[in-house]
Write a protein that binds this ligand. Structure first.
Ligand SMILES: C[S@@+](CC[C@H](N)C(=O)[O-])C[C@H]1O[C@@H](n2cnc3c(N)ncnc32)[C@H](O)[C@@H]1O
Length: 624
């Protein structure tokens, strides 16, 4: 388990002593009242230094609001349509039918209650969104209010599916029976809040005598400090819940109940098997549909800013594009589709498994212009003599290994040994395990070949680009060899919601993200041709990562200029900064239509990302 040093957690004892984000909210009763046990009212605990830093940047009260909002999921899902396979209108029709079918099936097990108290079905008493759930329309009419196309030019490939919440739930509706419970991990809970079911690996503890088909209350255990200064759950997976105060994190789970569901497995099986659905959620604090297994290849569930990022890059058919940190390939595939699969999209990631994820997604979407390579993006420039150009004037850079120029592949870049993939694993698992063969053992290769055949028999040819069983490693690319470069930089991801834990970030880690991004940017500047474009994007609330990078870039590289799609609105040209708590950014930073979009989908901070940042640079004549 990852250690989390210097972390505060959401225990009530800690809460009383807290001075900043949480206490700033105490002026504000609806957000800060002490949580009822069976409610969902989490409070994010930050490393004190980080909290101080953000409070200084935003003001304590404003940061407290950001912090609170980070714990809630957005109130809609955002789906990108693969316009090479379908249209937004066709997807909307299909989603209406699929989600209505699901709704009818799940309504068989619940009874909703309208604002006026009349039963429509469910133990849900809506606090928000009730009017929408309860209006007396035909299913098609009511669904069409929830599933609709983005109205802005250039973004018609986006379909929104509106959810609802927070709902106040009544748990334990079976009289005379003790409530049965399941505790899930924080990551599992974050996924459930966005519409997922509870899968086996996410279950940490369960009541005794739970059988398949039982109704259980689902709560989340958030990491707790351990004596060695790290973090952990403080109990063993598989612990039996007694329904008493001796249960794990009994008090800490006050206000951390995310819904109710029906078990798909008995307690014994839940802790014996390694995968599968453990609990099918029936009532959720936030209702968002699950898109698991729905219209695969035709749609992709993606955060709105990520989709906007690809359109800001504005790739053209026939161009050569580099996506430097690409896995799992959300933006890569968006770019390829904008290019109508014509040209070349090179996608890099430093992890083997993640490269295979990119290839899998590309194959699912039938995209052939994507080539994915395993490469440390900090080493992505090759000099003309075949050595890696480390980018260089940054004091943090180290000189990197030499590579020979004679292994340059036909597409103008360097490749070395191949990595073969376990195809059987690949067919079942989005994160397949990889076996490095290095071309050494025939036996290993023939086994890989056998696995490949099994895979092809199961899935058919063309199902996955990894049918060749290889994720290539690259040794870098020639300077000035790309028309456009996307640097979707590894960042603190502190803009993503919902988030139930923030304690892993320290001042040191925040500073390191910034340094890392600068080094990557140095590579990007060398790789793009004069006249080309670099788009830098992050998903964070940390100005030390996003704004600081733009300042660094403009100070260091005189050949760069920031572009705004509409300079009169875009000010200095950063075209997409979106802090959803201060609409001021919508006028100051966004284009007109993007600003409208944010306002439309952020009436009460409902956007799927609290902070994102997109900067677009045009590269002029280079003097290096
Ligand atoms: C923010 S995610 C990228 C998300 C992706 N652009 C998308 O839209 O689906 C960052 C990715 O960068 C990768 N990464 C981190 N450091 C890297 C490096 N030095 N070189 C290449 N990839 C790196 C991580 O493995 C991770 O998959």
């Amino acid at each position: 388990m990852k250690k989390a040093r210097g972390v505060l957690f959401s225990s009530p004892l800690r809460r009383r002593n807290s001075t900043s984000a949480a206490s700033a909210l105490q002026m504000d009763s609806p957000l800060s009242s002490p949580p009822e046990r069976y409610s969902f009212n989490p409070i994010l605990r930050w490393n004190p230094e980080v909290e101080e830093y953000f409070s200084a940047a935003y003001g304590a009260e404003h940061f407290a609001r950001i912090s609170k909002a980070l714990t809630q999921p957005s109130s809609y899902s955002c789906v990108r349509v693969n316009t090479l396979k379908s249209t937004s209108d066709a997807v909307i029709q299909k989603l209406i039918a699929i989600l209505e079918d699901k709704r009818q099936k799940s309504n068989a097990t619940k009874v909703e209650v309208c604002n006026d108290g009349s039963p429509l079905g469910s133990s849900i008493v809506n606090t928000i969104g009730s009017r929408e759930l309860c209006n007396r329309q035909t299913p098609e009419e009511s669904q069409s209010h929830y599933i609709f196309k983005c109205p802005y030019p250039g973004l018609e490939n986006i379909v929104f599916v509106k959810g609802s919440g927070p709902h106040k739930l009544h748990y334990g509706n079976q009289p005379c029976q003790p409530m049965k419970e399941v505790i899930v991990s924080r990551k599992c809970a974050e996924a459930v809040l966005r519409g997922a079911q509870v899968y086996v690996p996410g279950v940490l503890a369960c009541s005794a005598h739970v059988e398949k088909g039982d109704v259980v209350a689902v709560s989340v255990a958030v990491e707790q400090p351990t004596s060695d200064g790290g973090g952990g759950f403080g109990f063993t997976r598989g612990t039996v819940l007694q329904g008493s105060q001796s249960d794990p994190q009994y008090h800490e789970r006050n206000g951390l109940y995310i819904g109710e569901g029906t078990t798909s497995l008995s307690r014994a099986t839940m802790f014996r098997v390694s995968h599968g659905t453990a609990v099918e959620m029936t009532n959720r604090v936030y209702e968002l549909p699950s898109f698991y297994d729905i219209l695969e290849g035709e749609i992709f569930l993606q955060n709105l800013p990520s989709i906007v990022t690809a359109s800001v890059l504005d790739p053209q058919e026939g161009e050569r594009i580099l996506d430097m940190c690409a896995a799992p390939g959300g933006k890569t595939t968006a770019i390829a589709i904008l290019m109508r699969d014509k040209g070349e999209v090179i996608a890099l990631d430093r992890s083997h498994n993640k490269v295979m994820d990119i290839l899998k997604l590309a194959a699912e979407m039938d995209l052939t212009c994507i080539k994915a390579y395993k490469l440390d993006a900090l080493k992505s420039v090759c000099r003309a003599n075949g050595t890696i150009n480390s980018g260089i004037t940054d004091a943090n850079n180290e000189e990197l290994d030499d590579v020979t120029a004679n292994n340059r592949s036909s597409s103008g870049f360097h490749t070395d040994d191949k990595v073969s993939i376990d195809m059987e694993t690949c067919s079942n698992d989005a994160s397949p395990s990889l076996t490095v063969s290095n071309g050494k053992t025939d036996e290993a290769q023939s086994n890989a070949g056998k696995r490949k055949n099994v895979f092809q028999m199961k899935n058919g040819p063309g199902r996955n680009q990894c049918t060749g069983g290889r994720a290539e490693k690259s040794k870098g690319f020639m300077p000035n060899s790309f028309d456009r470069v996307l640097l979707d930089a590894p960042c603190s991801a502190l803009g993503l919601r919902p988030r139930l834990f923030a304690g892993e970030e320290t001042m040191e880690s925040l500073i390191n993200h910034g340094k890392y991004q600068r080094r990557m940017f140095d590579q990007a500047v060398r790789l793009v041709r004069p006249g080309g474009v670099i788009v830098y994007s992050t998903c964070t609330i940390n100005p030390g990562e996003n704004e600081a990078l733009v300042r660094y870039a403009l100070d260091k590289y005189k050949c760069l200029s920031l572009v705004s799609q509409q300079p009169k609105i875009g000010g200095p040209g950063v075209i997409g900064r979106c802090d959803l708590f201060e609409r001021k950014f919508s006028e100051e930073w966004l284009t007109e239509s993007e600003a409208e979009l944010v306002q439309r989908f952020d009436p009460s901070s409902s956007l799927d990302t609290i902070g994102f940042f997109i900067a677009k640079f045009v590269v002029g004549d280079k003097d290096f």
